[in-house]
Design a protein. Structure first.
Length: 146
């Protein structure tokens, strides 16, 4: 294939599967070559991971012998403006209010997947405890930060 004939893939999963197969690798071999777990490679190829953390993208790029930007172009691109400030504030309040409830869960405002939540406990200059609710989505790039 010439440089001017770039293949287009329908998804991140399709891209990774195609590249792996072009290299003649099994999922396990790609995992080893990328310093990822087999479960991580399988999750990406099953389409469960639509947005990769930078470290995973770098490792996968090394294993597939492609540049990070080539992988990134097939990741889900969400419009962060969809999660308006008021929605983010509401999510923060819900996390703080339900911090002791083991059955508490909240869904991502962008894709509807369950958010991974936690509360960061920090101290200000006067040694007062300050609670910062955090949340991130495992499927899309949504992150709740300060």
């Amino acid at each position: 294939m010439r440089n001017s004939e770039k293949k287009q893939y329908s998804s991140l999963a399709h891209f990774v599967i195609s590249k792996r197969e072009e290299m003649g690798l099994s999922q396990d071999e790609l995992a080893q070559r990328s310093a990822l777990t087999l479960a991580q490679v399988q999750s990406i190829e099953q389409g469960l991971d639509l947005f990769l953390p930078t470290t995973i993208r770098q490792k996968l790029g090394k294993g597939l012998r492609v540049e990070n930007k080539e992988i990134k172009q097939y990741e889900l691109k969400e419009n962060f403006d969809l999660a308006k400030k008021s929605i983010k504030e509401e999510i923060k309040e819900q996390i703080l209010f339900n911090s002791n409830n083991p059955n508490f869960s909240i869904n991502c405002p962008l894709c509807g997947e369950k958010l991974i939540t936690r509360i960061a406990k920090l101290y200000d200059l006067e040694d007062n405890l300050v609670l910062h609710p955090k949340a991130r989505c495992s499927k899309c790039p949504f992150q709740l930060s300060d």
